[in-house]
Write a protein that binds this ligand. Sequence first.
Ligand SMILES: Cc1cc2nc3c(=O)[nH]c(=O)nc-3n(C[C@H](O)[C@H](O)[C@H](O)COP(=O)(O)OP(=O)(O)OC[C@H]3O[C@@H](n4cnc5c(N)ncnc54)[C@H](O)[C@@H]3O)c2cc1C
Length: 472
Amino acid sequence: MIDVLVIGGGNAALCAALMAREAGASVLLLEAAPREWRGGNSGHTRNLRCMHDAPQDVLVDAYTEEEYWQDLLKVTGGLTDEHLARLTIRASSTCRDWMRKHGVHFQPPLSGALHVARTNAFFMGGGKALVNAFYRSAEQLGVQIRYNSPVDRLDLVDGEFKAAYVGDERIEARACVLAAGGFESNLDWMREAWGQNERGEWPADNFLIRGTRYNQGVLLKHMMAQGADMIGDPSQSHCVAIDARAPLYDGGICTRIDCVSLGVVVNRDAERFYDEGEDFWPKRYAIWGRLVAQQPGQIAYSIIDAKAVGRFMPPVFPGVKANSLPELARAIGLDETTFMQTLNDYNAACKVGTFDHTALDDCHTEGVQPAKTHWALPIDTGPFYAYAVRPGITFTYLGLKVNDQAAVHFGGQASDNLFVAGEMMAGNVLGKGYTAGVGMSIGTAFGRIAGTQAAKAAKAAVTVKEARRAVA
Ligand SMILES: Cc1cc2nc3c(=O)[nH]c(=O)nc-3n(C[C@H](O)[C@H](O)[C@H](O)COP(=O)(O)OP(=O)(O)OC[C@H]3O[C@@H](n4cnc5c(N)ncnc54)[C@H](O)[C@@H]3O)c2cc1C
């Protein structure tokens, strides 16, 4: 019998598989996707948020535990478990050497990655290179890997893992790590979670999924039905405003639109609806998907002028361009009169101080609702650009409740041999909101813990069996 079964094929699963193997366990990893699509959402990532008390290799200055924690506290509005969050934060300061050992390389951020040189370590070659390096290392260490192997259900007895099923095939193991992602790719479940709004719309019908199509939440649903303790709200997710032209799945980071804080955003009725300059973009980009989801038709338009060009990472696909604002309104099909009213009101309200996009500067509006609290410059210099945006779901936050050993719980009782990592438990740390790079911090920290604990549980199971045999 295999010691540790790892279900999933992204960063969290690979971290667990590698740690379990390093601890001497035999490991089988089951990935739902075919080999070409292996790696889940992890393949789309770019970086990891890391605590450090002094400059470290690719990271400048310091980013202390307390500052990281305060950032997390702010974005989650307190919907986080401080003990598990601090554990994640501390683990982020020590994981990079271990990742390097398994072939992951880091690089300083390229220009255009706003304000993250201090807080985030970037993977050389992106998440795809990270995932490939981990698979290569896992294969070299003797981890067995099977693709096209979606697990449907588990055999559990009183919270103890016995076996997993891929269709009719039963696969037994002494311990198991669940790392099969969230349920963001399951459009029916997303529809059910978001429900119908006061306008009679089903908002999720207009969502785009930024990552893999394989995170269908089959095991999350199964674990709920088995009575596992859950955490988080199914309608909460990492949700970004992305290019409305993105494909339904796997558009990845090239669909990001990063100019929100440099201009204004209007909805289908040509009205502004939120403070575009509330905070630095890496701390705010993940709330904009939800804000757009609440707008009529789940669509909005990020409007900038020529002054903004060169101050943000340009989107891969060009926006709609016009030489005047009325022309821009007509080109994107918005009511010209309302659009001009909105833009004129905003422009008149701008109190321009010293513009500085690298600081929470003093350029703000007065006398307009909603206010724009930083980086408020009049939109008055052609050419003008518009980018249509829709909610882009990155990953969901509903997950399995864990303790600091990554154990799955049933009725408050920790399972002895079933563990969970990554998106399947991220809700313990992220009740809502997001700060860039924390997804990989959670998956890496808990993947490594889950792998270690699963190897330990497998060893304990062997010891108990041997002791019983000796007594008999
Ligand atoms: C476009 C994009 C960019 C991102 N950028 C960043 C970033 O720069 N930094 C950051 O921290 N986070 C980022 N994230 C979030 C990050 O991807 C996740 O937090 C992290 O990858 C989660 O890792 P995971 O292993 O839990 O899930 P995943 O990497 O999604 O892996 C889940 C795996 O489970 C498999 N699976 C699903 N169901 C089953 C089943 N039933 N049986 C077997 N296997 C199954 C899937 O095929 C997949 O391989 C980004 C996400 C996206 C989509």
